[in-house]
Write a protein that binds this ligand. Structure first.
Ligand code: KG4
Ligand code: ZN
Length: 335
């Protein structure tokens, strides 16, 4: 079954073709990051308009690169949520319109399920069951995954998501949007011994996260340095390092607990923050210590992309799931 996947939930237009026998045939991505950068964050109305401009050309691009035409498609999958409602509607309307014209099935899928199963696109994918740490701009969750659609939430953030904390810290440090990669780059030059930031909610049992206190701690430290005239390149790098170490430590501690609690030996780490190099290094050490193994998507499939949506859609369409004639755009939707 050849499935076209469409991702338009936020600021990336992603399109891909997945074949349930041959695997990933093609994928293309258009990032709106530079357009939103001057506003310091995603402007929803601009995002929707840009998806409208870029989506059809990207669909033509992936079909051409796989040397296929629309009539070769057996199904279409699109991100139905969670995300920005206007942006979601561009993908949903396009998917439903095309599917109606081609008389093929169409299915709206969950964006976070896409992230969760993105490592399945790699050469050595994890077998079920596994623990998944989902760390993106909107979510921080630990999930026990027993199979397609068999998800048990183990813990999640009670306030900010990890990626959101990175983005807000970047603003405090006067770095550009998106913040995660910028904070990580600056942290490389930071002194890890100058500050020690709190590891929120690690001193009590449980698998929930909280990052808003850490954000406040970062702000207070930044203000203190500013008043002392030490908010220079080194001071900012030292804050970035202390912040990154605190987030990474917190995530690693909770992953360790989740593996212990479930007795599982496989850990999937996905979503934008899974691109963080220090997080990967620490998780490699931790999993190696306990005879477990960590799995990640390749770099460009850590952040939003069409391939993960094509993959999830293909599995579910193959199992017979499809939308009725109503398109779905669900801004808030639990996994
Ligand atoms: O999964 P994603 O592309 O979009 C959402 O579904 O939210 O994740 C984007 C998030 C942003 O908050 C971004 O700052 C963060 O992932 N991010 C990183 C890194 N690369 C992206 N955070 C830390 N380190 C990175 N290298
Ligand atoms: Zn995402």
């Amino acid at each position: 079954m050849r499935v076209l996947g469409i991702e338009t939930s936020c600021d990336e237009t992603g399109v891909a073709l997945y074949d349930t026998q041959a695997g990933l045939l093609a994928d293309a991505l258009y990032s709106q990051i530079s357009m939103h950068a001057e506003y310091g964050g995603v402007v929803p109305e601009l995002a929707s308009r840009d998806h409208t401009r870029k989506l059809l050309p990207l669909i033509e691009e992936v079909l051409a690169s796989a040397q296929l035409s629309r009539s070769d498609l057996d199904g279409i999958a699109y991100t139905a949520g969670p995300g920005l409602v206007g942006a979601l509607m561009v993908g949903a309307a396009t998917a439903h319109g095309m599917a109606r014209a081609l008389n093929i099935p169409v299915l709206g899928v969950h964006h976070m399920e896409g992230h969760l199963l993105a490592p399945m696109l790699e050469d050595a994918p994890p077998a079920f069951p596994f623990v998944a740490l989902l760390v993106s701009g909107g979510h921080t969750q630990l999930v026990e995954v027993r199979g397609l659609g068999q998800y048990r939430l183990l813990g999640e953030s009670v306030d900010d998501a990890a990626g959101e904390a990175f983005d807000k810290t970047a603003k405090m440090l006067e770095l550009d949007y998106p913040g995660g990669p910028a904070v990580a780059r600056l942290a490389e030059r930071g002194d890890p011994t100058r500050f020690r930031f709190p590891r929120p909610m690690t001193d009590r049992p449980g698998l929930d996260f909280s990052f808003s206190g850490l954000k406040t701690h970062t702000l207070i430290t930044a203000n203190r340095l500013r008043e002392a005239g030490e908010f220079d390149e080194q001071g900012r790098a030292d804050i970035a390092r202390a912040f990154e170490d605190a987030v990474v430590d917190t995530l690693v501690i909770k992953c360790r607990r989740a593996l212990d609690q479930t007795g599982l030996k496989r850990l999937v780490v996905a979503g934008g923050v899974s691109a963080n190099v220090r997080l990967r290094e620490r998780l490699e050490q931790e999993t190696a210590k306990r005879g477990a193994q960590a799995f990640y998507p390749r770099g460009r499939f850590c952040t939003d992309n069409g391939a993960m949506i094509a993959y999830v859609g293909a599995q579910r369409l193959l199992a017979g799931e499809r939308d009725d004639s109503t398109m779905k755009a669900v801004p808030r939707w639990p996994l």
